[in-house]
Design a protein around this ligand. Structure first.
Ligand SMILES: [Zn+2]
Length: 199
């Protein structure tokens, strides 16, 4: 980072830079945008972050961010409780919902397992998933993970889980999702197809 910037500026820029998918250039832009806003906007920015973040919790059922104990999907009595779709990220839920084909509920892993990382939110959720599979009745569990190299350790882990529950019906979103495909970037029509033709 440029040496003309005072350490105080750098602290804020580095903070923005630590956000996922935000590079150092974008962090700089965000910083320069923020400081140019009027006092009201700056105050609103901080208020929104402060108030909203403190009110957000994770849905007790699927782990989607929610203001209540259950998110809007899980609190919806028209959605089926006996069909579960396992996804990696919150953004996958948004994409899948825009396809309007799935009527069950989700289970969000919170990301992908990184090799050599033993303590993570994902590993914790995988344990919760396992105990849920052994206590609740499911008609079908759909695994909707990205087909990327990064997803391999997570897929491997889920395959072990699948073998532990031979009586449960597991299906995979397969067709239409390209190799190396991230679910969140797939268009709703392709999602629909891969859902209908899951196996
Ligand atoms: Zn939920």
């Amino acid at each position: 980072m440029s040496s003309i910037l005072p350490p105080l500026f750098k602290r804020i820029i580095e903070f923005f830079d630590s956000f996922p998918e935000i590079g150092s250039r974008q962090a700089l832009r965000l910083f320069f945008w923020l400081i140019k806003q009027d006092e009201k906007t700056k105050k609103k920015f901080l208020e929104n972050i402060n108030v909203t973040l403190s009110e957000i919790q994770f849905c007790q059922n699927c782990f989607f961010p929610s203001i209540n104990e259950l998110c809007n999907i899980c609190a919806n009595s028209h959605r089926r409780d006996d069909i579960m779709m396992i996804v990696a990220r919150e953004t996958d839920v948004l994409t899948l919902e825009s396809a309007k084909v799935f009527q069950g509920k989700y289970f969000i892993l919170g990301g992908l397992i990184l090799p050599f990382e033993n303590k993570s939110i994902i590993r914790e959720r995988l344990k919760i998933l396992e105990s849920r599979l052994s206590t609740k009745q499911y008609k079908e569990i759909i695994i909707a993970l990205p087909y990327t190299r990064e997803a391999l350790p997570t897929i491997k882990h889920l395959n072990i889980l699948v073998k532990k529950f031979p009586k449960l019906k597991f299906t995979f979103l397969a067709r239409g999702i390209p190799l190396g495909g991230e679910i969140e970037f797939i268009d709703p029509e392709t999602i629909k197809l891969s859902f209908v033709e899951r196996k």
